[in-house]
Write a protein that binds this ligand. Structure first.
Ligand code: DC
Length: 243
């Protein structure tokens, strides 16, 4: 069973999905890390990002694993290597190829079938798990998304914004597994919101849908368990949401 959290780069998906998983006792799945592994492996093997057939074979043979927060590629810890800016661009390029997507979607479905997951990506609610009982589509303004990513990586905001725009365009316009909200997704705009509010909203949705049962008096306290993605003192109002 999976709670699907989709949205563009920098909308806060990873931080939110991790925190929701911790709060509910579910396992977190970072599907983007898998496409990043394909990009890294392709770079190392000298397979071009436009070589659809070569990438398909490569993706099929990859051994991608997760151990806590660490991402393993063939048993090697690639958690830092896959976050390099050039890998971000290449991940977006390799992920347009249907053969790559098929290989990754099959892995994701296998994982999800074996437990209770909060999975984040672009196509979890539309392709990987169209039957997910809760789908959330997270958004935030372009500028805020770029600010958050720059704060994380130390790059300057303007170059993050430029790279983000071209990545968004490619992710949205590709033919297979394009970034879009499922018709039955709950859309949450996180601009100006604290992480705590967004997490609390998703946890409440999961409870409303009977996906988790929390004994009385054991209410989760996201203030205690979750880091911030918006700096202290930023404007904070209830999440905007529409179906
Ligand atoms: O979430 P992320 O930024 O780590 O993802 C990196 C790239 O992987 C992103 O630009 C598009 C691709 N991706 C995808 O195509 N489908 C997913 N479910 C997740 C990521």
């Amino acid at each position: 069973m999976v709670i699907a959290i989709d949205g563009p780069a920098g909308a806060g998906k990873s931080t939110v999905a991790r925190a929701v998983a911790a709060e509910l006792g579910f396992t977190y799945l970072d599907s983007g890390a898998m496409y990043r592994c394909v990009a890294l492996a392709a770079h190392e093997a000298g397979v071009d990002v436009d070589n659809a057939a070569g990438l398909g074979v490569l993706a099929d043979g990859l051994e991608i694993g997760f151990e806590g927060r660490r991402v393993l590629l063939g048993g090697r810890d690639v958690s830092d290597a896959i976050r390099a800016p050039e890998v971000s661009g290449d991940a977006s390029r390799v992920s347009v190829h249907p053969a790559v997507r098929e290989a990754m979607v099959a892995r994701q479905r296998e994982l999800i079938a074996a437990g209770r997951y909060v999975a984040e990506g672009r196509d979890i609610g539309t392709v990987v798990s169209p039957d997910a009982p809760l789908k959330v589509f997270l958004t935030a303004s372009d500028e805020e998304r770029a600010r958050r990513r720059a704060a994380e990586t130390g790059e300057d905001v303007a170059s993050v914004l430029a790279a983000q725009r071209s990545r968004d365009a490619r992710d949205t316009e590709r033919e297979h597994g394009a970034l879009r909200a499922a018709a039955d997704a709950v859309e949450l705009d996180t601009t100006g919101l604290s992480l705590q509010r967004v997490v609390a909203r998703i946890v409440a949705l999961a409870q409303d849908r009977g996906l988790v049962h929390r004994p009385q008096g054991e209410s989760g306290d996201p203030e205690r368990t979750s880091p911030q993605f918006v700096s202290e003192g930023s404007p904070d109002s209830p999440p905007s949401e529409h179906k």
